[in-house]
Structures are given as C-alpha cells and as structure tokens.
Design a protein around this ligand. Sequence first.
Ligand code: ATP
Ligand code: ATP
Ligand code: MG
Ligand code: MG
Lengths: 254, 254
Amino acid sequence: MIRIAIANQKGGVGKTTTAINIATAMAATGWKTLLIDLDPQGNASTGFGIYAADRIRSSYDLLVDQAPLVECIQPTSIPGLDIVPATVDLSGAEVELVSVEQRTARLRAALADHTAHEICFIDCPPSLGLLTLNALTTADTLLVPLQCEFFALEGLSQLLQTVERVQQRFNPDLGIIGVVLTMFDRRNRLTDQVADDVRDCLGGLVFESVIPRNVRLSEAPSHGLPALVYDHACAGSRAYMSLARELIGRLPEK
Amino acid sequence: MIRIAIANQKGGVGKTTTAINIATAMAATGWKTLLIDLDPQGNASTGFGIYAADRIRSSYDLLVDQAPLVECIQPTSIPGLDIVPATVDLSGAEVELVSVEQRTARLRAALADHTAHEICFIDCPPSLGLLTLNALTTADTLLVPLQCEFFALEGLSQLLQTVERVQQRFNPDLGIIGVVLTMFDRRNRLTDQVADDVRDCLGGLVFESVIPRNVRLSEAPSHGLPALVYDHACAGSRAYMSLARELIGRLPEK
Ligand SMILES: Nc1ncnc2c1ncn2[C@@H]1O[C@H](COP(=O)(O)OP(=O)(O)OP(=O)(O)O)[C@@H](O)[C@H]1O
Ligand SMILES: Nc1ncnc2c1ncn2[C@@H]1O[C@H](COP(=O)(O)OP(=O)(O)OP(=O)(O)O)[C@@H](O)[C@H]1O
Ligand SMILES: [Mg+2]
Ligand SMILES: [Mg+2]
C-alpha cells in the first residue's frame, strides 16, 4: 500500500479539502483507497457525512490503544473508499503519546503489512506535533497543499526542515510527491506573485493542476459529500480530477 | 493589564490577521498594548516586519526557560505597541512542557504583576494543545475569529467545550468577549447562512463589526506592516477599526 501524508502546519490551506477530494478521485479511478483522519477536528470524517455518533473506532484507538487497523476502518458512501475517522479525544493523544516508547512510530506499526487497500491518504492537523510526526514517519511520500498567500509561503521552509529531520531520524525513505497550489484566485495579484515564487524555487515539484477558489468546494462538506459527488462538473471538482491524473502519473505502477 | 487570548483551533480563520490589526488599532487609540505571539509559525512577528534574526528573546524563553517578561518584550514600528515574538523552537515547547509542574500556568506566572501595558493580546496556534491552554489559563477573556464556513462552524463547539474545561480546572474567571466574523464574502450564499446560524445561537456575543474578505489584508504582511498602516482606508482596515471601537465598549474603563 502506498502511503501519502497530506500535511502543512499552516492552517486553513486546503489539507482536508484536498484529502477528501483526491481520495474520492482515486477511488473513482479504481484504486482501493483508505483515508486516515489524523486531525482532532475530524473535518475529513464530517466531509463524508460520518457524524460523531457513527464513528465506531477511530484514529485515537489506533494510535493510543493500538487497536488493530482492521477494527478502526469503516466504509464511506463512496465505493472503493474506506476511512479511519477521527474523534475529539485525539486532541489528548499528543500529550498521552509523549511518554510512550516509539511515540512517532505508532501509526507506522499500525499500518504495517496492510494490503487490503492500494493507497492510503493521511489528513494531518495544522501543526508539527506528534500527530503529524506520526504521519510523516509512516508515509512513503508527502503531498503539500499550499495556499498562494504570504504567511503560507513563510511556513513552507519550516515544513521542509521538519521533513529533513524526519528523514534523518525516523523515515529515510520519505519523499515529496508534490506541492499543489490551492484556493488560487486569478484576480488577486498576490496569488500570481506567490505562485511564480513557488514555481521558481520548487520547479517540477509543483503540480501543473491548480485548485481554484471555488465556493462549491466549501459547500460540499455541509452536505456530507465530497465535491466530486456534490457537483462533479464544478471548477473545483475538475481541478481535483486533473490532480488525481497527475498524481497517478507520479506513482509507481499499481 | 487586560489579557485577551485570540484563539480558534480551526486553521486559517484570521487569528493572526485579527491579532495584528486589533493590537495596532488599540495602540493607535492610546492603549499601551502588548502582543504575545504564541504560534510557532511566528506569523504575528513577521506581520510587523520582525525577521527571525531580529527576535532577540521569544515566547519560548518566556514559557520554557521562564525568562523575565521584560527581557522578552521588544518594540514594534508602531508607537505604543510592543511584542513578544515567536520562534520556531516554540514547536518543541509543547513536548517540553508536558513533564513540568503547572504546565498550563507558565504564561500566567510570566505575566503576573505586569503593569507597563494596559492591554495584552495573545495570538494562538491552530490547536488546543499546551500553548493554547496556557493562553486560555492566562487570559481574562477570549476573542474568537470565526470564518463563515461549514468546517469552521463545526469547530466552534469543540472550542467552547475547551473553554468550559479551562474554566473548571485552571481559570474560573475566563470569559468570552466576543466572536468576530472574518473573511466575510457577501457574494457567497454559504457565508450568509453560516453568519445567520452563528448569530441565532450566540446572539450578542457576535460583534456587529464584520471583517470582509479583502486582499489588502493579505498583502500587508508581505510588507511587514499591519493593514492599518499599509492601507488605512481599505475595507479591511476600516472593519478592524470599527471592531476596536466595539471592543473598547465591552472593556472595563481604562
Ligand atoms: N479551493 C477552495 N475554494 C474555496 N474554498 C475552499 C477551497 N479549499 C478549501 N476551501 C474551504 O476553506 C476552508 C479551509 O479549507 P480546509 O479546511 O480544507 O483547510 P485545512 O488546511 O484542512 O484546515 P486546517 O488547517 O484547519 O486543518 C474550508 O472551509 C474549506 O471548505
Ligand atoms: N479578511 C481577510 N481577507 C482576505 N484575506 C485574509 C483575511 N484575513 C486573513 N486573510 C489571509 O488569510 C490567511 C489566513 O489568515 P491568518 O493567517 O490570519 O489566519 P490564522 O487563523 O492566524 O491561521 P493559522 O491557523 O495558520 O494560525 C492569511 O494568508 C491572511 O493573510
Ligand atoms: Mg483540515
Ligand atoms: Mg495564525
């Protein structure tokens, strides 16, 4: 199973929206897909209409209680897409994990030898704490959603430094499969400027596909549906399908 | 000194933009103002043009090394506004604080008996971990920036539950001075719907002043200036000045 962490410690840059829609697009193209919600806010779980009461087991059980992965996986309404949901007790996990052995390797151990899915996405919270470190220690590669704003650009170097640290200490094989520009607003001069800066310094790492600012993407979760299902023809959905095609081109053969 | 935490665990809702501009507006109206940057991203510090090399002491020194507050404060380019900047080592503070005594009361102890400023704002990171808990344990009151989006609304109940927990265990006097709607986009139907929901359930807690989505607010930090200085006549600046007037109306006499 290919494991992809979707991370950026800057808040509100489109991590969850990317996780929900790229996972849906991959399932739609025939990949057996697993989404792990590692954010105590549980937005990825809500985005599939799985309300708090329906989250039987969660990523908290996986990390802290070391429950078997197969017990924490539940189906979504999307064929070929399963999820490990998040609950609010995950916000206590960071403190609870501090004093355990191998505290950054808990998730990696939980996913070891799992072959029922072909690809797994991990939605991370907006921080570089133990939850995100678990995701980076587990992942084969990292997908970075980046908003074309000044503060978001500032955070990129902190993220890349953390990746380096994780490569040295916990996961030498961790790569970066790409950076996707999100909430792109053509009318906004700053957006273009930041996008040019990012492409200048990261080159081909930046996906060609750009996710435009599109209100349908932010409406979809209130219906408990990914945008690809809520409105598959909208600009946002088309952009995520194009991103999925590009991502597949960067993955090893199934 | 009145201590106000600016917090919301949802990422990217305008905490830092609110902290920078409300602190500037308060200083401009004659309040001796202190801003404490408690986010490892250090966006509030950057927003005043204080680059990493110029951050002599920081909120990390305050919390972890218990350095005296007066040594960690440095001036900004705004008369009447000082700052305790943040550095990236703050992201290690959460793990380092777990095993110390009174780990949520470190900031409160650091600010005790400080009278050189009349009001203090604390910019929080997007999480409910030990840094935000320190801010909530220290604060007299909480200012909540809220983006009018579905995921942001979902997070509000988690935040209010955390506030209740902090009131019971660490800071019985913690109040909520208000909720400010941010990035308000009149053209977006979802925005209006969420705003109506919020006003229905929180009533007068929601400030009348609404911060519109305004590109000048996101351009200002790249010039190292608060929007109130970068473009004092833009819609964003006028909204923050209106918010400051409303906030003053809710504060005890100076
Ligand atoms: N391309 C887009 N166009 C319009 N709105 C978007 C877009 N992408 C995301 N949004 C909205 O912007 C907000 C932030 O996005 P999202 O929650 O996915 O970011 P995040 O990085 O996961 O945030 P957090 O840091 O809190 O986890 C959400 O309300 C979402 O619906
Ligand atoms: N009213 C607004 N109009 C347009 N852009 C805004 C507005 N408020 C904030 N922004 C921009 O949106 C982004 C998110 O805002 P900001 O960084 O202040 O949020 P935050 O809650 O502090 O984020 P984090 O959770 O990462 O700390 C920034 O790039 C900022 O410049
Ligand atoms: Mg998210
Ligand atoms: Mg911030």
